[in-house]
Structures are given as C-alpha cells and as structure tokens.
Ligand binder design. Sequence first.
Ligand code: FAD
Length: 319
Amino acid sequence: MARIVVLGAGFAGLWAALGAARKRDEIGAPAADVQMLVVDPNTYHNSRVRNYDVDINDAAIPLVELLDPAGVDHRVAEVREIDPVKQHVSVTTNGGSEVIGYDRLVLALGSQLVRPAIPGLMSNGFDVDTYAAAVRLDRHLAGLGEQAVSEGLATVVIVGAGFTGIEVATEMPGKLEKAGLSGNRRIILVDPNPVVGETIGEQARPIVSEALAALGVETRLNVTVTSVDASSVTLSNAGAPFFLSLQARPSSSLGNRPPTFRLVVMVSHMFAKTEMISSNPQKKWNVLSNPFWGLLLRLNIHACQGATVEMHGVPFSSH
Ligand SMILES: Cc1cc2nc3c(=O)[nH]c(=O)nc-3n(C[C@H](O)[C@H](O)[C@H](O)COP(=O)(O)OP(=O)(O)OC[C@H]3O[C@@H](n4cnc5c(N)ncnc54)[C@H](O)[C@@H]3O)c2cc1C
C-alpha cells in the first residue's frame, strides 16, 4: 500500500489531502491501495481567518468531519523530524514517539507569529493566531464581564493597524458586548505608521477609516511599543518615549502560563493599574491594559483636558 502523508491540517494541508483523495477516486484507486494520512497536533482544522470573530465556534472544525467522509486518515501528533532519505517522519503523540513512513510527503506546516523582541511581550500578551489563543482571549473577556463595572473595564487598545488589527478592532465591539462589556467601551488602534492600514492601499484606506469611525474606534498613530511587563509598558513616538509605570500585580494566570504568540499582530494582556508618563511633562496616563491582538491594551482615559491625558485602570483580578 502506498501512503501519502500530509503534514499540517491548515487550509493548505486540507486542500492537499482532499485533493489527493478526490484524485484517488477519479482514477478509481481503492482506498486500501493508497492511504492518505494528515498529521496535526490538533483534532480540528482551525479556520484562522475566523479567529477574531465574535463567535469563534465555527473557527474550529473537527477533522473527523472533514476527512473521514473523504476516506482520509488523520493522526494527532506533532512532527519533530523529517528524514527524506528513509522517507519517514518522526512525531510525538500523547503516547510517546512514533515514526511514520511515507511514499509521498506534503509539507503544509503553515506559519508562526513573528514575535518582535519587545521585552515582556511574551509573558504579558495575547493573540488570536490560533484557535486556542482565540479561546483564551474570549475567556478572558468573559471573565472581565463578570467583574463589577469599573472605569476602563471595557477599554481596549489594539496595537497593529494592519489587516488583522483592523479586523480585530472592528469585531471588538461585538466581542465586548457578548462579554457584557459594552458600557463605556473604548477601542483604540495603535500603529507606528502614520496611517491605519499602511499596506492596504490608498483606495481602501478611506473606507476602512470610515468603518472604524462608525464603530467609534479611536486611533493612535506614530506610536510603537518598546517594552511590556506585568507592571509597566513603554511606548515611544518619534523619539519621544512614553513610560508606563504599572502599579498593580500582574495576572497570575499569565505569569504562570505565558501565552504563545503566533501572528504578526499581538495583544498585550495586562490587568494592572498603570501609570504612564510621557517625556512630555504635560502627559500623564494611568493605564489599565489588557491582552489582545496586535497588542491590545485596555486603557481607561480618566480625564483628557488639552494636552493632559489620564488613564486610570483597576487592579487586575485573578483569572
Ligand atoms: C487572525 C487571522 C486572520 C486571517 N485573515 C485572513 C484573511 O482574511 N484572508 C486570508 O487570505 N488570509 C488570512 N489569514 C492568513 C491565513 O489564515 C493563512 O494564510 C492560512 O491559514 C495559511 O494556511 P496554511 O495551511 O498554510 O497554514 P496554517 O493555517 O498555519 O496551518 C498549519 C497547520 O500545521 C500544523 N502544524 C504546525 N506545526 C506542526 C508540527 N510540527 N507538526 C504537525 N502539525 C503542525 C498547525 O497545527 C496547523 O494546523 C489570517 C490569519 C490569521 C491568523
């Protein structure tokens, strides 16, 4: 029996496996003669393009539903090594290590989030690159929704105003509402570029801006995040750094279980009262930041008079 092994059950892996199965049917080859096997650590296909949806239930589709009807097998395993000479892949499963031989191999292991070397981002940020990360974000929002209403509870800052950041921002009102966080919500999109959607083209940009404005999404442009930790964040802007000195304890869950980042845009997950003081002495911000895509910081603007901006948050509760 010949075996075609497909590594990865993302869009590319699924397409390859189902395409091969269709071809097998077309040429009338018995399934017993040509085995198709998809290898992925998850029991589901993650439709990553849905990871920021208000309802992410459809973002994970059981592989059994997709592959079994086509006569494609799948193995829940992580690929560790490929030996093209011996024509086998080494994988780890819950039960230990395995070696899977192949006659043809399709490599569709996808992409991983680039993690900028921003100090503290790994241990204080969230993202929606994977279904698991999206679930974590939604759970976090749901937890916030159970808290007593407080200033800044429903304020989110998304850092990264590219495709994903824009989409996260436009879905965020629905997400907040679903979590019971619609009151006094603020969504702030931050990007180092001077415009939102730097790469999406001049024709699309006004439409995007219009949509963001209609949803009440604010923007802060020409801003970069230079560091994040459990108690502080530093932003810089054209050489004028903003220092955020957080004054509350970090999330214990984040501290113990650093999230993984797998996308270009990241989310900062911080639940601490923050004081941000810019190099401009007129600006003093108290910030309650939160985790999300691109880098979502929950900010609570306590007062804004002229050049003086204050953002107050509440101490982060444990969840
Ligand atoms: C939030 C978000 C929104 C997006 N929106 C859009 C959009 O609107 N339009 C668009 O065109 N694109 C969009 N994209 C990009 C699009 O999702 C990707 O281009 C596409 O998913 C890539 O598919 P893939 O199969 O190549 O890789 P992936 O989707 O990354 O799939 C790779 C698979 O390999 C598995 N894998 C990884 N390592 C191993 C290993 N060692 N062993 C076994 N399995 C492994 C993973 O579990 C995964 O199932 C978006 C991406 C994200 C994250």
